[in-house]
Design a protein around this ligand. Structure first.
Ligand SMILES: Cc1ncc(COP(=O)(O)O)c(C=O)c1O
Length: 383
């Protein structure tokens, strides 16, 4: 596809899309802060690619090209947050459209999408993300379906959705498939290769990887009317990322493969440790053989299963909070995908109807020593 010379993702990320400034010889792009770009004496733009920074910023095209190449996509657009990327997809659908969502997904997105769709007369049906075959009944619900949303592995329940099956069913009904691949990252899954039409990332998470940039991204397999509407929406409604943030994101992506592989190796060791611990009720990690989506994960995740896992402790919410509170290395905080391990009690944050188990903790495993992380968990679980 678009991947230059079929190079490996490690090479594309480390070289940041083969950047080289032919004028200065710099191997790192400069941060272009100018919001506008000059024209010549005939009023022609000096560089036709750069007119005004509400869409044409020479800094963020480097991060966009790198991510498009990593996802084997045609084009990428960055946004000021993952939610802004999601919003641009749904703003681009017309009233009367029909969308199909998983009945368990990142709560913030589900909340906003449902609210937006209600206001815009967009019909929403739901399916079980652990069983992509249930998309069939959801698309048959309406005469025509426009979009099927997939989030795999899902946050925080760790459901694994079969992207190829989702795409097969969606395409039969003329619908596009967008995959929120935040937790998988292009290191482990390239959804476009499994039939998806769009990939979405909260780049705030693994892509940047240092918990210091809020960013979102969409990558398309090819040009289609929804993609044109998304690009126009970003430009005209001004949902653009800042030059410095996109530069930091590019810098973060250069080490994506080593960070994410290390986090996944740590997560596997921690999942295996927790699985046999007497204080633990259950562990949800796609890399474990007893995970209901393990076989699908083995098919669509190459080289690892990511750095995110959830587990339940024996007892109630206070037992879970006691474990989180007893940790010395792992920090209690929301978000995921940074180099530092974070633990979160989603039950405290989400409403009861989301049915998050009160004794569940979500762990975003970082790149610290696995031995230290396991001993931290071991001490906290003793309590
Ligand atoms: C899976 C997933 N998608 C989307 C988002 C939203 O991204 P952001 O916080 O960058 O707006 C999040 C945030 O936690 C997430 O976990």
């Amino acid at each position: 596809m678009n991947n230059p010379n079929d190079r490996h993702g490690e090479t594309i990320a480390a070289k940041a899309s083969h950047y080289l400034d032919v004028h200065s010889g710099a191997i790192v792009p400069e941060i272009q802060l100018s919001t506008t770009f000059a024209r010549d004496d005939r009023y022609a733009p000096i560089n036709p690619a750069n007119l005004y920074a509400r869409d044409d910023c020479p800094t963020y095209v480097h991060a966009e090209r790198t991510l498009a190449d990593l996802e084997n996509g045609e084009e990428c657009r960055l946004f000021p947050s993952g939610m802004a990327a999601i919003a641009s997809v749904f703003y681009s659908l017309s009233p009367g459209s029909h969308v199909v969502l998983p009945d368990a997904m990142y709560w913030g997105a589900r909340l906003w999408i449902n609210d937006h769709c209600k206001r815009q007369d967009i019909f929403v049906s739901e399916y079980d993300p652990a069983d992509a075959a249930t998309i069939q009944a959801a698309v048959e619900d309406k005469n025509k379906t426009d979009l099927v949303w997939v989030e795999t592995p899902s946050n925080p329940m760790m459901h694994v959705t079969d992207i190829a099956l989702a795409a097969e069913i969606a395409h039969e009904y003329g619908a596009l498939v967008c995959v929120d691949s935040t937790a998988a990252t292009p290191v482990f899954t390239t959804p476009l290769d499994h039939g998806a039409d769009l990939v979405m990332h909260s780049a705030t998470k693994y892509l940047n990887g240092h918990s210091d940039v809020l960013a979102g991204a969409l990558v398309t397999r090819d040009e289609h009317p929804l993609w044109e509407a998304i690009c126009s929406e970003r430009k005209m409604a001004g949902s653009v990322i800042g030059a410095f943030e996109s530069w930091l994101l590019l810098r973060g992506m250069r080490t994506l493969y080593v960070r994410v592989q290390r986090a996944a190796d740590n997560a596997m060791q921690i999942a295996q440790f927790l699985e046999q611990h007497p204080a633990i009720e259950s562990v949800s990690y796609p890399g474990l053989k007893n995970h209901p989506g393990h076989a699908i994960a083995c098919r669509q995740m190459q080289g690892g299963f990511g750095g995110l896992l959830s587990f339940t402790v024996h007892g109630d919410a206070s037992a879970a909070l006691k474990v989180a509170g007893g940790l010395q290395i792992i920090t209690s905080a929301t978000s995921l995908g940074g180099v530092e391990s974070l633990i979160e009690h989603r039950y405290t944050l989400e409403p009861a109807e989301n049915q998050i188990p009160e004794n569940q903790l979500r762990l975003s495993v970082g790149i610290e020593s696995a031995e230290d992380l396991i001993s931290d968990l071991s001490e906290a679980l003793k309590a």
